[in-house]
Write a protein that binds this ligand. Structure first.
Ligand SMILES: CC(C)(COP(=O)(O)OP(=O)(O)OC[C@H]1O[C@@H](n2cnc3c(N)ncnc32)[C@H](O)[C@@H]1OP(=O)(O)O)[C@@H](O)C(=O)NCCC(=O)NCCS
Length: 152
């Protein structure tokens, strides 16, 4: 799944640097689209892992988000979204960041709904799936400790 957008002045600060929050929104949209395509239903974002911005993105850059699913549970799907930016005049693509997000498929009543499993064929897909399973275990432990914090 690929999503591209030309970045305009409303996406940036007065110095011409694009807001990180705008890129986060695009990352979320690209990941959600890949989850929707896989599950063929509506999804909600349930977790966003840390995001780092390795390079600035400027007004006039064409940003491209490449999203693919890396791990699928029963109702949840982890998407990997890689972001690159290109100055259309100078050319050349700059890698800016990769993020992992988790979506949950919902049925018509808004309840989590089972999704088709993900088949990893290549070594890269298998490695990413194993890593995704470990990240998901970690997130669920984090969720438990957040829920415990609420009770205190
Ligand atoms: C997503 C949501 C419906 C899940 O409800 P729930 O009662 O926690 O349901 P479950 O416990 O059955 O979890 C559903 C799936 O989400 C996964 N999940 C739940 N919380 C998670 C978290 N913090 N991180 C990663 N995965 C999570 C579960 O592991 C489960 O996956 P699986 O079926 O593949 O094993 C509910 O948490 C929700 O509505 N969250 C708000 C979503 C939202 O509004 N997002 C937009 C941000 S404003």
């Amino acid at each position: 799944m690929q999503l591209s957008q030309l970045l305009e002045p409303q996406h940036a600060n007065l110095r011409g640097d694009v807001h990180g929050g705008w890129i986060m929104k695009l990352v979320d949209e690209a990941g959600a689209l890949s989850a929707m395509r896989h599950s063929q239903c509506r999804v909600v974002t349930v977790a966003i892992d840390q995001m780092m911005f390795l390079q600035p993105i400027r007004i006039g850059d064409l940003v491209t988000l490449e999203a693919s699913l890396t791990y699928v549970g029963r109702t949840s799907m982890e998407a990997r979204v890689a972001v690159t930016a290109e100055d259309p005049i100078k050319g050349g693509q700059t890698y800016t960041n990769t993020a992992y997000l988790v979506y949950v498929a919902l049925d018509d009543r808004g309840k989590p709904k089972a999704v088709p499993s993900l088949i990893a064929e290549t070594d890269l897909e298998k490695r990413r799936m194993d890593e995704g399973a470990k990240r998901q275990e970690y997130r669920l432990r984090q969720r438990e400790s957040e829920l415990q914090d609420l009770d205190r």
